[in-house]
Design a protein around this ligand. Structure first.
Ligand code: ZN
Length: 273
């Protein structure tokens, strides 16, 4: 369990690869940044989270092999999180010739207007409907869903756990009291930050994220899923400022960034004990 391994691409084990950092419509439709979601390779299990538009392009470009995926997890049905779900199911199952892998998604992503075509459903081993605050398992990784987020469609973030560590993924939501509670104790927290200033839409802004980081005190926070204004403010400068303000290590994701989870073991967190 947790042993570092080498695969044929010689990539380090236990990593999160960012297949995109664009959030919301304009960033995605103009592809100012890529929008392919995240690829978690941890504890000998590979999982794809939120395969947005271009996921297949980004994954193959980064030499990530979809046939090795144990699961595809979709936090909610919005296009920037689910557009490439179909092609990634095909890739995961070698075009349907190898029945394999699982799909996890909220009920409304699988309802009358599902994110995957019905003919692809027989390609995979199973579809699991995500509900609030439940624990699921795929390969050697378990994950617990958050409370339902405040977002126009049914949306859950999740806290992944393996090898004695936890990684929280705070997907799209409006800030609400109690949001941090779902992610308490996360060693690493990844936060979708669309806005610079709070606006009456269901997304997190810079001040919201500062509040979350201050409450959660993770060992590291990674910002991603940037809206146009965050992009214009340069995410790495926003992250630097946030590090100074909160005293917590904050990193802005970049397209293709491979975050090595092993480094978390070396950081003493204020939330320990
Ligand atoms: Zn959304």
């Amino acid at each position: 369990m947790g042993a570092r391994k080498k695969d044929e691409t010689d990539a380090p084990a236990d990593t999160i690869t960012f297949l995109g950092t664009a959030g919301a419509r304009f960033m995605v439709s103009k592809q100012l940044a890529a929008s392919g979601g995240m690829w978690l390779d941890w504890n000998g299990t590979q999982v794809l989270i939120d395969p947005g538009p271009g996921c297949i392009v980004q994954a193959t470009k980064r030499k990530l092999n979809a046939e090795k995926l144990s699961a595809i997890i979709i936090s909610h049905r919005h296009l920037d999180h689910a557009a490439d779900a179909n092609v990634m199911v095909e890739a995961m199952t070698n075009g349907g010739f190898r029945k394999h892998g699982q799909l996890f998604a909220p009920a409304d992503a699988l309802g009358p207007e599902p994110v995957i075509f019905s003919y692809l459903k027989s390609y995979i081993e199973g579809i699991t409907v995500l509900e609030a605050e439940k624990t699921y398992q795929t390969g050697n990784i378990s994950f617990k869903t958050s409370a339902r987020h405040t977002h126009p469609v049914e949306t859950y973030g999740m806290v992944f756990a393996a090898a004695g560590q936890t990684v929280g993924y705070i997907t799209d939501t409006r800030y609400f009291e109690g949001l941090a509670k779902s992610y308490a104790g996360s060693d690493l927290v990844i936060i979708n930050m669309v806005l610079t200033e709070p606006r009456p839409i269901d997304h997190l802004s810079v001040p919201d994220v500062e509040r979350l980081i201050t409450a959660l005190k993770p060992k590291t926070a990674i910002l991603s899923h940037f809206g146009m204004h965050v992009w214009q403010a340069r995410p790495w400068l926003v992250a630097e400022e946030m590090s100074k303000k909160t005293g917590i290590r904050v990193v802005a994701a970049r397209d293709g960034m491979k975050f090595d989870l092993a480094q978390l073991k070396d950081i003493k967190a204020e939330n320990d004990g």
